[in-house]
Each structure stands twice: as structure tokens, then as C-alpha cells.
Design a protein around this ligand. Structure first.
Ligand SMILES: [Zn+2]
Ligand SMILES: [Zn+2]
Length: 238
């Protein structure tokens, strides 16, 4: 689901707009929502990023998911563009790394009013762990110390929701001209290790938090995307 677009404030990217993606994973126990996008009404953020933000309720509706079907949330990290509408799901468990929850209390990491909106309920577990049958969280630090990704085992193979562990499909594929997250990452060594950790899963598809396009494995890896059954990750509008 495309949750928002925004204007890059960096001078070298002047005029370019970025995208914020979220993902809904339908499984036997309900729907898991991966990231909730920007929140609304922060003047400083609006002036810096000029976001055009969708209400998460509308984005979910477009892929046939009602708000009350969402049984769990995973935030890849707690920056404003990934966790801004957590408050729309009071009482729904939100899985985060303790390191990220701690960071969210430090100055300038995020907008605390959005993260700690009434009713938000955080479930903190450190490192790699299963959260439902066929779904597990992997710690993928680098962009932030508490970043995490989601791994979904589907009938067709392993699907990775990388979040911002890798910025774009081009960065994943090694395109030197692609928008990348490594250069700006506070811990580049961890960033590299996290991408390697995701590659080692031999995924058939990788989805990114800031790219509409997914990376799809070619036949060389053993998976044929043309014949593989479609995993139950709901497609976005783009
Ligand atoms: Zn971030
Ligand atoms: Zn982001």
C-alpha cells in the first residue's frame, strides 16, 4: 500500500519525491500490518517534508482490509514515516525491538505524541523471533539501532518485508545510481550485515519501505516468479 509521498529536504535530491509504503499480510489469525505511515498535523514536519499522507484506514480499504481485521502491527522502526498512525489501532499489539522503543524516547528520533498516542500497546522482543505461524521478525539494525524486518513463509517461498533495512530495489540489486540508505546510515557496518542476513534467506521477493517496486528473484535462484503461487501479501495500488 502506498501510504504517503514526501519531498526530500536534502539539497542534492531537491525536487524529488519519496514514497512511504506499508504492507498488509493476511494469515490464518487475521491481518498483520507492517508500518502505518506518517501521522497528521505536525507543522515542522509538514514544512520540511511536504508529505501527502493517506489515512491508513483508506489505504487498507483499498486492499480489502477493514480496520478491525488488523490483529497485529510490526513497525520496522519508530521514525515518523513508519509509525505515525499507530494511534489508529488502540489495543492492537505493536511489535518493536526494545532498542527502538528506547530510541523513540530520545530527542529528535520521532514524534512522541504519535508513537505514544492513547491506546497504543507495544510488545517488545529483542532480536529474531517468531510472532505467528510462518512469520518471524529479524533484527536488522543499521538505519536505526532497533530496526527490524519481517519474514513471511508463503507457499511460493520466503518473502521479506525489509522495511528500511535497504532503501530501494536498486540498492538491493547493487545499482550504484539507485537511491540508497547506506550512505546516511548511522551504522554502516550493521547496515551491511543486515542486508547480508536478509539475502541469506534466499527470498523469492523483497519489499521495501521506500520503494513501490519489489525485488523478485529470477530463475537463477531456483524460483520462477512466473509460475510460483502468489504469496498472500496484498498488492498496493501501484
Ligand atoms: Zn527512518
Ligand atoms: Zn523511512
Amino acid at each position: 500500500m502506498e501510504l504517503a509521498t514526501f519531498r526530500f529536504p536534502d539539497p542534492e535530491l531537491a525536487g524529488r519525491r519519496g514514497v512511504v509504503m506499508g504492507y498488509a499480510v493476511r494469515h490464518s489469525g487475521g491481518v498483520l500490518l507492517f508500518d502505518t505511515g506518517f501521522g497528521f498535523g505536525d507543522k515542522e514536519l509538514d514544512e520540511t517534508y511536504h508529505p501527502v499522507t493517506r489515512r491508513i484506514e483508506d489505504a487498507l480499504k483499498d486492499v480489502g482490509v477493514a480496520m478491525d481485521e488488523v490483529t497485529a502491527i510490526v513497525n520496522c522502526h519508530l521514525h515518523v514515516d513508519h509509525a505515525g498512525q499507530n494511534g489508529a489501532f488502540p489495543g492492537v499489539p505493536i511489535h518493536v525491538q526494545p532498542a527502538e522503543r528506547e530510541l523513540a524516547r530520545t530527542p529528535d528520533h520521532t514524534i512522541v505524541d504519535w508513537i505514544d498516542a492513547p491506546g497504543t500497546m507495544y510488545r517488545q522482543s529483542a532480536g529474531d523471533h517468531a510472532i505467528a505461524p510462518a512469520m518471524r521478525i529479524l533484527a536488522t539494525p543499521g538505519h536505526t539501532a532497533g530496526h527490524q524486518s519481517l519474514v513471511v513463509e508463503t507457499d511460493g517461498g520466503t518473502v521479506v518485508l525489509a522495511g528500511q533495512a535497504c532503501y530501494t530495489v536498486g540498492e538491493w540489486a547493487g545499482d550504484p545510481d539507485a537511491l540508497d540508505g547506506r550512505n546516511g546510515a548511522p551504522d554502516q557496518a550493521a547496515y551491511d550485515r543486515s542486508i547480508e542476513k536478509l539475502r541469506a534467506l534466499n527470498p523469492i521477493r523483497v519489499h521495501f519501505g521506500h520503494d513501490r517496486e519489489a525485488w523478485v528473484a529470477g530463475p537463477a535462484t531456483g524460483a520462477d516468479p512466473a509460475t510460483a503461487p502468489a504469496p498472500a501479501i496484498l498488492p498496493g495500488p501501484c
